[in-house]
Every structure is written in C-alpha cells, then in structure tokens.
Design a protein around this ligand. Structure first.
Ligand code: HEC
Length: 146
C-alpha cells in the first residue's frame, strides 16, 4: 500500500479534478501491484511468488536456497533431513503454527536469531494471512492446483 501511495502521489498532484485524480490513483495502484507483489487484492498463491525464488512446495525439489515448504503448517521447525539449516533453526524446538509463521514472515531474525533466512517481506498483515492460508491449503492432498 505504501508503494502504491508513493506511486500515486505525483499523478495526484498533476490531476485537475477529483474524477481524474481517482482514476489515476486506481491505475497507479494497479501498476504498483503488478510491479511488485505488494497489493491488497493478490491471492495467497500469487503472494507465494515472493517466497518461490527460494522455496518449493514440492518435497522432491532440493534445488533452491531454502528448504521445501510442503506441509509447513504444523511441521517441526528445521526438519527437512537433507537441508543444511543454520544452527539456530536446526536447534529450534517448535512446530510451525500459523502465528509463528506470521512472525517469521514479518521478521524471521526476531523469531529465530541467527537464522540464514535474510528475506524481509513488505507484505501487509492481511496478505501474510492469505499467504499462510495458501500454504495450508496447498499441503492438502489433491489440492496443489489452488
Ligand atoms: C532469499 C531466499 C528466501 C526467501 C525469498 C524466503 N526464504 Fe524462507 N528460508 C530461506 C532460507 C535460507 C531458510 C533456512 C534458514 C535457516 O536455516 O536458518 C528459510 C527457511 C524458511 C522456513 C523454515 C522452514 C523449516 O523447515 O523450518 C519457513 C517457514 C520459510 N522460510 C518461509 C518463507 C516464506 C513464507 C517466504 C515468503 C514470504 C520465504 N520463506 C521467503 C530463504 C528464503
């Protein structure tokens, strides 16, 4: 949203009347959303693209920088056998419940100091919850297309 506002401001300054201002704000927001997965209307699946560069949902895919996230909701932290976790995450003694995933996505380093996940997302809280919904639904058998 912040990005959308920053994007819209120059447009708004140039607009002559309210209708035009509204229209350019809308189109500016649309372009900001497609430019970076940061808008309020994106699906959890689309928001996952923020993570997909480093995480697969397929347990067979060990090519990426991060561990696979198949069945991550309820999964033990640091539990993918073949994955070289940081000591911090390998030693974590909790399972990934929704509220912990939320804290992790917002500030991984605060939840598990010393983690190797350096990603800082700029998602809004509602978007993080949609993303977690998607991770949860993607883990159900036969539900991979969602
Ligand atoms: C730049 C790469 C990168 C991005 C982007 C990224 N991660 Fe990670 N993630 C990692 C790495 C590396 C680890 C392993 C951290 C460690 O060992 O300390 C990790 C670990 C995790 C874990 C712990 C898994 C486990 O087995 O305990 C979760 C959950 C997770 N990431 C979720 C996400 C989500 C959700 C997103 C998108 C919002 C995301 N990550 C984006 C690199 C990334």
């Amino acid at each position: 949203m912040l990005a959308a506002i920053a994007f819209a401001l120059p447009e708004l300054g140039a607009a002559q009347d309210d209708d035009r201002a509204e229209l350019s704000a809308e189109s500016a927001e649309a372009s900001a959303e497609s430019a970076e997965a940061n808008g309020t209307h994106l699906s959890g699946e689309t928001l996952f693209l923020v993570c997909a560069g480093c995480h697969s949902l397929d347990p067979a895919n060990a090519e990426l920088v991060g561990p696979h996230l198949a069945g991550i909701v309820g999964r033990q932290a640091g539990a993918v056998d073949a994955y070289p976790y940081s000591e911090a995450l390998a030693g974590a003694a909790f399972a990934w419940e929704r509220n912990l995933l939320f804290s992790w996505v917002v500030a991984a380093e605060s939840l598990v100091p010393g983690t190797h996940m350096l990603h800082h997302s700029h998602l809004e809280p509602a978007e993080v919850f949609r993303l977690i919904d998607f991770l949860e639904s993607a883990a159900r058998p036969g539900n991979h297309e969602r």
